[in-house]
Design a protein around this ligand. Structure first.
Ligand code: 5GP
Ligand code: MG
Length: 177
């Protein structure tokens, strides 16, 4: 059910290099930044951004993880609700500029839950959203500050993002659901 390979290993690396520069440009350096990845693949993408920013600026940004679980809060609804918990953030996010990293942005519900979880946890100066693939179909007024690639999908298409650390390969595929 793979329709196309949209991005290969080199392409993914170039995207992350570009985003690392965009983050540093927008924030005038790395001084106040922290990185938070959304489990599972957002975590690995955030780690790679941490490495790239270290190569560029010589600074290792604090790195944390938010855990997302999908659950059905009501048997009448078909939609699964994303529930996000603060799972591994061992530093203070108060007054920080938080870069929240996820792999794919779709309806926006996961990000909304992530924002709630972060706000309960502390009071950041800003929260900026970094997404590798925006596939459209938003149901909430949420957009990303940093986007790897806009891939408008039809409703029967999905994105398969693979990362070496977890999937043994770096690639973005368009698949038929
Ligand atoms: P949303 O909450 O915006 O509807 O969906 C975003 C979350 O679901 C992200 O955490 C993302 O990992 C996952 N997701 C939604 N659509 C896709 C997709 O087409 N491919 C992948 N790999 N993940 C998706
Ligand atoms: Mg996810």
């Amino acid at each position: 059910n793979i329709k196309a390979k949209l991005v290969d290993k080199e392409g993914l690396d170039r995207i992350l290099t570009r985003i690392a520069h965009e983050i540093l440009e927008k924030n005038k350096g790395s001084k106040n930044l922290v990185l938070i990845g959304m489990r599972t693949r957002g975590e690995f993408l955030a780690k790679r951004l941490q490495k790239k920013i270290k190569e560029i600026e010589g600074v290792e940004l604090p790195f944390g993880v938010l855990d997302v679980t999908l659950y059905r809060d009501d048997f009448r609804t078909r939609l699964k609700q994303p529930q996000v918990s603060v799972s591994d953030i061992t530093f203070d996010i108060n007054e920080k500029d938080v870069i929240l990293v996820d792999d794919v942005l779709y309806t926006g519900r996961t990000v909304r839950s992530a924002l709630n979880a972060l706000m309960d946890f502390g009071r950041p100066a800003t929260i900026q959203l970094c997404i590798l693939v925006d596939r459209g179909h938003r149901e909430l007024p949420i957009r990303a500050d940093f986007v790897g690639k806009n891939i408008p999908t039809s409703l029967n298409e999905e994105i398969k993002l693979k990362v070496e650390e977890y999937d043994g390969e770096d690639a973005i595929y368009l698949v038929e659901a």
